[in-house]
Design a protein around this ligand. Structure first.
Ligand code: ACO
Length: 157
C-alpha cells in the first residue's frame, strides 16, 4: 500500500504557499483570503491536513467544527493534484483524515457536503443523511453524507 505522510499543515508551515496554490487551482479565490483561512489551522479545529509526496503537497482537506455536534466534524475542500487523480490518493487521504479524527480529535462522526462526488465518498463508506442547518457553509442543493468512525458502530443512529 501507500506510505505517504498526511500531516497537519500548521506543523509544517513551509508548505502553506504550495497548499494555497493547490486549493486555488480547483477553487480560485484571492491568495490573501486563502492564506488567512489556512493560517487558522491548529491542533483544535479547524485543522488542515496535507498529503505529501516527494516533498510536494499533492492533497488537502480541511476539518471544521460543527457547533451543534461536539463529537463530529465537517470535512471540506478535499482536493488531489489534478494530474494525480484516479490513482487512489484521494481515498488514502480520506482514510488518514478519518484516523486523525478518531485517534487525535476523539471524534465519532464525520460529515461532508458534495455535489458530484457522492460516489467517491460512498465507496469510502459514507452514507447519505438528512440535510441539517448546522453547517457554516451550508449549500442547499448539495448532498450531505456522513460516516461513523467510532468503535461502537451502534452508537449513532
Ligand atoms: N465518481 C465516482 N467514483 C469516483 C469518483 C467520482 N467522481 N472519483 C473517484 N472515484 C472512485 C475511484 O474510481 C476509486 O474507485 P476504486 O477504489 O473502485 O478504484 C475510488 O473512488 C477512489 O478514487 P481515488 O483515485 O482515490 O480518487 P482521487 O485521487 O481522484 O480523489 C477527488 C478524488 C478528491 C474527488 C479528486 O478527484 C479531486 O480532487 N477532485 C476535484 C475537487 C473535488 O471535487 N473535491 C471534492 C469536493 S467535495 C468536499 O470537499 C467535501
Amino acid at each position: 500500500g501507500m506510505d505517504l505522510p498526511v500531516v497537519p499543515l500548521h506543523k509544517f508551515p513551509q508548505y502553506t504557499m504550495e497548499c494555497c496554490r493547490l486549493i486555488n487551482s480547483e477553487w480560485p479565490r484571492s491568495e490573501t483570503a486563502r492564506l488567512r483561512s489556512l493560517e487558522c489551522s491548529g491542533d483544535t479545529l479547524p485543522t488542515c491536513l496535507i498529503l505529501l509526496k516527494d516533498n510536494q503537497v499533492i492533497g488537502h482537506c480541511k476539518l471544521s467544527v460543527i457547533p451543534a455536534i461536539p463529537d463530529g466534524c465537517f470535512i471540506e475542500s478535499v482536493v488531489i493534484e489534478k494530474v494525480l487523480r484516479g490513482q487512489g490518493y484521494g481515498k488514502y487521504l480520506m482514510e488518514k483524515a478519518e484516523q486523525y479524527c478518531q485517534a487525535f480529535l476523539n471524534l465519532r462522526i464525520i460529515y461532508l457536503s458534495t455535489k458530484g462526488q457522492e460516489l467517491f465518498y460512498m465507496k469510502l463508506g459514507y452514507n447519505v443523511c438528512e440535510p441539517v442547518s448546522i453547517y457554516g457553509s451550508y449549500i442547499p442543493r448539495n448532498q450531505i453524507l456522513n460516516i461513523n468512525i467510532s468503535n461502537n458502530k451502534e452508537a449513532i443512529p
